[in-house]
Design a protein around this ligand. Structure first.
Ligand code: SIN
Length: 486
């Protein structure tokens, strides 16, 4: 397979994984996977649809009784083996990811560790799916709250984190006792298939983990309309999340939706400048700005504005943009031409409305490499602050007062992540409580980790992933009333 060399070549699969079998599409159609840095064809995977998805759901349904009946400790042991295999194969998993997604190799390794951390975490949480006992209203009764697996789950995962967004959904499902059918992004299926290979080696029984490759429509349609699927988890755009929600309404499926964001990052005059610059770099340029928690609107108070811009500029100048397989590259290519076009459209709009381009350039739409870009003089009328840019563009808005900053920050239908920098304890509490977001970072640009709940409010979605809360998304609570005990 062209130019993709791995230490363990068995990790590169060009077939989907249903009921423990590697298989092609029924009509043998395929989709080509390409390297966003070079345009090179890397592999092809089956282009599956409704029929194959239905079979995967049936396999999951058949595997469910045995899987849910296993003691949690046994499910945890399999998850621990899967976790160990991910780390043992980190070099190959990172190469697959960099080649199909574009992020620099060091960052890809970071994502494998991040992805593996969910598997470890939920292996541990599997043993702690505690229920409750409730004080009964009469002597002859007892009341228990049992936690039981939801049933067959579906997951639709994005291209920006081809490993971690799978493990963040799959590990809690498996820990809870649910089998799962996963549809990875058609742009990055190879990382998902490598995870299935490692799951098979870890010893998960057939049907418990299934990976269907193909275009979204047929697979998503079946996952949302098949009554055997009791829960669907999706990470992606608000537009698609809303469509999946409508499609899932027929049989009232449970949903977890991690959708779009438009994260504000606020730097107050009393911030620690170095901390604020470091936090902005981490939040803004991770994965070339292609994350839903990236700072999308950087609000800087007048008194610190010029010093902040100058320091941020010198940090941006240290970034190296290029093919993520090359040494020292810190910003890889964007995923596809539409992504580059969106950045170009946002920059054109900002410059036409009076923003200043301090570093970077309007991208050449023939090239996936987009230079890290710094804009000043940005306003809330510009596309760059109204929509997620999903690229390495840092737009700076100047503000005067705390009230103004909080008002601008909250003036969005999205509510995923927000960040702010201040050394004042009083302001920290005031602003932390006033920001209408599911995750708030104070003096940090990073909120993504397995131990803390990840998720948004408003149009950024439903439910939480990771943390203790992430397991509950895959468990039903049953009130068990026992009478006649006197
Ligand atoms: C995302 O962008 O969808 C997830 C980002 C993260 O987990 O930090």
């Amino acid at each position: 397979m062209a130019g993709l060399s791995l230490i363990d070549s068995a990790l590169l699969h060009e077939q989907a994984f249903i009921n423990g079998q590697w298989c092609d599409a029924d009509d043998e159609r395929t989709l080509v996977v390409t390297d966003p840095a070079t345009g090179e064809r890397l592999a092809s995977v089956p282009s599956m649809g409704v029929g194959e998805t239905r079979r995967a759901i049936e396999a999951a349904e058949a595997a469910w009784p045995e899987w849910r009946a296993r003691p949690a400790a046994e499910r945890a042991t399999l998850l621990e083996r899967w976790h160990a295999l991910m780390l043992e194969n980190i070099d190959d998993l990172a190469v697959l990811m960099t080649r199909e997604q574009g992020k620099p190799l060091a960052e890809a390794k970071g994502e494998i560790r991040y992805g593996a951390s969910f598997v470890k975490w939920f292996a541990e949480e599997a043993r702690r799916a505690y229920g409750e006992t409730v004080p009964a209203p009469s002597k002859d009764r007892r009341i228990l709250v049992l936690k039981q697996p939801v049933g067959v789950c579906g997951a639709i995962t994005p291209w920006n984190f081809p490993n971690a967004m799978i493990t963040r959904k799959c590990a809690p499902a498996l820990a809870a006792g649910c089998p799962i059918v996963i549809k990875p992004s058609e742009l990055t299926p190879l990382s998902a298939l490598a995870l299935a290979e490692l799951a098979e080696r870890a010893g998960f029984p057939p049907g418990v983990i299934n990976i269907i490759t193909g275009l979204p429509e047929g697979i998503g349609g079946e996952l949302t309309s098949n009554p055997a699927v009791r829960k669907l988890s999706f990470t992606g755009s608000t537009r698609v999340g809303s469509l999946l929600m409508r499609q899932s309404a027929g049989d009232i499926k449970r949903l977890s939706l991690e959708l779009g964001g438009n994260a504000p990052l606020i730097v107050f005059d009393d911030a620690d400048l170095e901390l604020a610059v470091a936090g902005t770099m981490v939040s803004k340029f991770r994965n070339a700005g292609q994350t839903c928690v990236c700072a999308n609107r950087i609000l800087v108070q007048s008194g610190i504005h010029d010093r902040f811009v100058e320091r941020l500029m010198s940090e941006i100048e240290t970034l190296r943009c290029g093919n993520g397989m090359e040494d020292d590259i810190t910003v890889g290519p964007l995923i596809n031409d539409q992504a580059v076009h969106k950045v170009a459209r946002h920059l054109d709009d900002a410059l036409s409305q009076g923003a200043s381009l301090i570093i970077g350039q309007i991208p050449n739409e023939q090239d996936r490499l987009v230079l890290p870009t710094l804009l000043t003089g940005v306003t809330d009328k510009m596309l760059v602050t109204q929509e997620e840019t999903f690229g390495p563009v840092a737009p700076i808005m100047r503000f005067e007062t705390e009230e103004e900053a909080v008002r601008i920050a909250n003036a969005t239908p999205f509510g995923l992540a927000a960040y702010f920098f201040t050394e004042s304890m009083r302001r920290a509490w005031r602003v932390g409580e006033a920001l209408e977001f599911g995750m708030v970072g104070l003096n940090t640009g990073s909120v993504s980790m397995e131990v803390a709940p990840f998720g948004g409010i408003k149009q950024s979605g439903l439910g939480r992933e990771g943390a203790r809360q992430g397991l509950d998304e895959y468990l039903e609570e049953k009130a068990f009333h026992i009478g006649g005990l006197e």
